[in-house]
Design a protein around this ligand. Sequence first.
Ligand SMILES: Nc1ncnc2c1ncn2[C@@H]1O[C@H](COP(=O)(O)OP(=O)(O)OP(=O)(O)O)[C@@H](O)[C@H]1O
Ligand SMILES: [Mg+2]
Length: 314
Amino acid sequence: MDQASGLKRIFASMIHGPAAEAAPGHQASGLLGAATTAPAPRRHCRAIAVAGGKGGVGKSTVAVNLGMALSIAGHEVMLLDADMGLANIDVLLGLTPSRHIGHLLDGECTLEELLLPAPHGLQIIPAGSGARRLAQLDNGEHAAIIRAFDELARPPEYLLVDTAAGLSDNVTMFAAAADEVILVVCDEPASLTDAYGLTKVLSRDFGVRRIRMVANMVRNEGDARQLHHKLSRVSDRFLDVVIDFSGWVPHDERLRQAIKRQSAVVDLWPSSHSALAFKQMAGAVDTWTEPDRGGLDRIAFFGSRTTPADGVPR
Ligand SMILES: Nc1ncnc2c1ncn2[C@@H]1O[C@H](COP(=O)(O)OP(=O)(O)OP(=O)(O)O)[C@@H](O)[C@H]1O
Ligand SMILES: [Mg+2]
């Protein structure tokens, strides 16, 4: 057992009792339940950052449609627009927020008061648009946003975080705080090199050990897997991180039309090729095992909280 997983087990036993020490995650509560009087099964509040390095590769598109596909599948999902200063999740969904993350940072509202309802029960946390201050948050402000999730009375099952292009702290802080990172890559040299650059920073400086790659705007699964092969071949050689192939989305004219109509394609055209890809991806996300992220001292969305199935945190 390495040092990080050893610490994780000790930490788990502090929270859930000795049974959790033997088996992490959901299994731990299952074992605990078998030994005592069957408590409500616990679920993890899982935060998934959607990143990509390069601009325009489809990060926001993936975040919106994957988030809504998870909602359609019956999960409670929040989507944080972390493209601070250039917010566009609200535009993608035709919503008009009256408040944004800046108001939270200024103490003018709570996180709950920011939640904006989107179709199928998806809840959006909007960023501000054109606000330079939000594009240049300091690390204390990043931490304040991330910690605000720990105070939610009713945390969601999934928090999706749409990040900006580039390698700024606005990207790395949110990606590092998430349990999983989806890396959106398309078939362009600059997308591959930028994706590699981001993977390098996240693995080297933030201890991220697994990245979930999604190929976007590709023709077929063969092309998607080839993109994955190109990226993982280099990262396997030079970086201490595993890049999993976690799905692909075809180039789809329907998706572009949905964007023009300010709707998610999974909502407007649920049988389109791209919508089916997002639904398949949502099914796969739901089977992901507990993440293995090094270091207990990192700032994380929801900290180490779990939520019982009845939604009332204990
Ligand atoms: N699967 C797809 N099929 C067709 N077009 C797509 C697809 N995915 C994305 N696009 C097109 O790419 C554009 C950019 O997508 P999106 O805004 O999601 O990228 P982004 O990575 O979030 O960009 P930014 O870095 O500016 O935030 C969309 O407006 C859409 O026209
Ligand atoms: Mg975007």
